[in-house]
Design a protein around this ligand. Sequence first.
Ligand code: ZN
Length: 462
Amino acid sequence: MIDKEGFDDWYNEIVEKAELCDKRYPIKGMNVWKPYGWKIMQNIDELIRREMKKTGHDEVYFPLLIPEGFFKKEEEHIKGFSEEVYWVTHAGKNELEERLLLRPTSETALYSIFSLWIRSHADLPLKTFQIVNTFRYETKMTKAFIRVREIHFFEAHTCHVDFDDAERQIKEDLEIANSFFSTLCLPFIASRRPDWDKFAGAYYSIGLDVLMPSLKALQVGSIHQYKENFSKPFEIKYEGVDGKHYYCHQTTYGMSERVLGAIIGVHGDERGIKLPSSIAPIQVVIVPIIFKEHEEKIMEECKKVKEEIEALGISCVLDDRDKTPGSKFYDWEIKGVPLRVEIGPKDIEKNVITLVARDGIKKQIDRAEIEKIGEELKEYDKRLYDNAKKFLEENIFIIKKLERKDGILEAPWCGDEKCGKEMEEKLEMKSLGIPLEERECNENCIICGRKGSKWLRLAKSY
Ligand code: ZN
């Protein structure tokens, strides 16, 4: 893992060195996805599509432009987003009668149409999602994949008969998050955001955060309970079994390309990024260790091994470029390829192949047992997860008085907004919220001294 001080510089460089994106596009916060980076992102999208399919969500695709009239329907929502919106005011030479905005998020677009789709209790629950670009005019310093103005965005939107059914959806969302993030070897913490930091228009919000090597938290997902806050202004109603009409209860679950930012940050080291095998466009790279007199024999063996690895359903590249093995190792390590296979004359002689995982673990396996490569990838993933988990756990601290410390702090809190905000100010941190897994707190609020009723998590964050 990269050290705390050097992390941000390392991150800014590695995203280009690993050929994930090109930051030279002349609009701030809008980067170009390079083929390698885009393949990884598409693989991440496929993982979430798989989770959505398993849980009965259908994919939709709504227009990018939203009429101002839609956007204005929910007051809190406009307040939260109005500073960040990009407006379209003209078409050709004509000024538009109604301004259009580039979606900063899609509630107002979807819900105007959901009100036409939903008629009866039999139409519920409605479970949808889309993977689209959204636009937010960020005024803070931009950072590739972490703070951008055009965002590659995942959003699930659901409608339910009542609050309890919406709550069940939120439980399911948390299960989805567990499964999704563990496949990416990313341990996270879930916190119920304080009221002053919930999503614009939400009844409550849950934030999913990872801890970066800079010891700053990065929000990688959020889940919101809307209750009837949107269904009322958008008139999303259904006819119940009793023939009466009711407003739907709604939830959303959002994630973005920040997930990739987290993978880069949490797993990377001074040699480059480390990709979990589940999303690596290239899972195995074969590097021939060529000695003049054996060249032909080695290349032949490498090709055979490549075919056998591919037959296992593992993506594999044979690096036959005219470069030294050392410089090839260097290139693939930057890009985070999980496993390297080295084949030289000695390996052929001993009837083995040499495996070097991206985290440095080296071993030889019998040539005849090539199917073991699948297990090696699984073990490598497990090591990525375990290391990240250890780092996260080692950097969560319980504090019982106002003390500044790097990492994620948990402090006794009376529940008053005033005390919470004072903690943020004095610790120079942002509150992540109350741990989702309820824990008893018998300590006194570190601001007012009253008996604390809950723990408040705080951290510096992106
Ligand atoms: Zn207090």
